[in-house]
Design a protein around this ligand. Structure first.
Ligand code: MN
Length: 375
């Protein structure tokens, strides 16, 4: 496993308010905002608090819960400092943090920095932008191309340290050898399109060289904002210690004649299908998520969505909480199956769902937004 982290002020800003971190277990990008050094203070505080929490956690801790708790602590810290006058007022930060445990990556995320998975030549965004443009994109009101250079793309619907409470997305992802994971601030993604990022990640070079090329690409495109990238490269054959023992011996005898070859092909196909179903079942049986069963919040066992036409999930517990009782943000978290993890983590997350106060009797106001200062 190789990794790198790199941050650059860009070509338009006078100072860099981003913070990056990578130590082989924790990987993080935070993009701070707020005048009078507020941005640097907020992003550095958030990353430090999360790094301290991860370092202090005993072995075998529930990583999803650990990250959720660390993000809540970081939010309280930055919010209290901004409000008490012991830190710059109005400061806040995004935070996208990944913890690698064996071959499992757990991501905690608030804001519009991003995590991507690059696997088999395809770049997939693992996080959802907590931004107005992100919401419009998800609801189909904008195309990705319209979103890319939308004038209001700096309006965040959620940031760390700007409100008393924050609702982080926590997701888990199984990685395989050959994967690359990229965390980055919007200084990369507002300058460089996903296709170009994928092109860079598919190129030759070690993690450090790829990080440098990503930053260069953003600067060549204008470098309008601070640019931060953290790259985790699992290209090595020994990407995960846990996978080292799973090697097959090559067949001893060569197949003779067509019949034998055909028989082997049938056997091999059966083995591959069996393995795929087995792996899918294994992942599904150890994964839980929140969703709606009818109109009620429920815990599902399995993986959200369907894979190869097969759905691997079923509700195992239906709560008494209805969709209408949740705030819009919590409705989204449940409706879009954003809470995914093991049973402990998902059960704990039910308690974190925000219930709307008595049914609204007035037209609800727009969700609070945080606007970054224009360039
Ligand atoms: Mn930024």
């Amino acid at each position: 496993m190789r990794y790198c982290s790199r941050t650059h002020v860009g070509k338009m800003r006078r100072k860099n308010e981003d913070t990056v971190y990578a130590d082989g277990r924790l990987f993080a990008v935070a993009d701070g905002m707020g005048g009078h050094h507020g941005g640097e203070v907020a992003s550095a505080r958030a990353v430090k608090i999360v790094a301290d929490s991860v370092r202090a956690a005993p072995d075998g801790s529930n990583t999803g819960r650990l990250l959720s708790g660390a993000i809540i602590s970081a939010n309280e810290d930055v919010f209290a400092k901004a409000r008490s006058g012991s830190g710059p007022a109005g400061m806040g930060t995004t935070l996208t943090a990944g913890v690698l445990t064996g071959d499992t990556l757990t991501i905690g995320h608030v804001g519009d920095s991003r995590a991507y998975l690059f696997r088999d030549g395809t770049l997939t965004q693992l996080t959802r932008d907590h931004s107005l443009v992100g919401e419009l994109l998800r609801s189909g009101q904008l195309t990705p191309e319209q979103a890319f250079d939308h004038p209001n793309r700096n309006v965040l619907t959620q940031a760390l340290g700007t409100t008393e409470e924050v609702s982080a997305d926590v997701t888990t992802h199984k990685l395989v050898a050959g994967d690359k994971v990229l965390l980055c601030s919007d200084g990369l993604t507002t300058m460089v399109r996903d296709g170009e990022i994928a092109g860079i990640l598919s190129g030759a070079g070690d993690a450090g060289e790829l990080c440098a090329r990503l930053v260069d690409a953003a600067n060549v495109a204008g470098g309008a904002d601070n640019i931060s990238v953290v790259l985790l490269d699992l290209a090595e054959p020994d990407a995960f210690e846990v996978h080292e023992s799973s090697s097959f011996d090559p067949p001893q005898a060569r197949p003779k004649g067509r019949a034998r070859a055909a028989l082997l092909a049938v056997l091999a196909t059966g083995l591959v299908v069996g393995l795929a179903v087995g792996i899918g079942y294994y992942m599904a049986s150890n994964t839980y998520y929140l969703g709606f069963s009818g109109d009620r919040v429920a815990i599902f066992r399995g993986l959200p969505g369907s894979f190869g036409g097969l759905s691997y999930s079923q509700p195992i517990e239906v709560t008494s909480t209805t969709r209408a009782q949740l705030t819009p943000n919590s409705q989204r978290r449940v409706g879009e199956n954003l809470v995914v993890g093991d049973l402990d983590m998902v059960t704990a997350a039910i308690g974190d769902l925000e219930l709307a106060a008595p049914p609204p009797t007035v037209i609800p106001s727009l969700p609070a937004t945080t606007t970054r200062p224009p360039l």
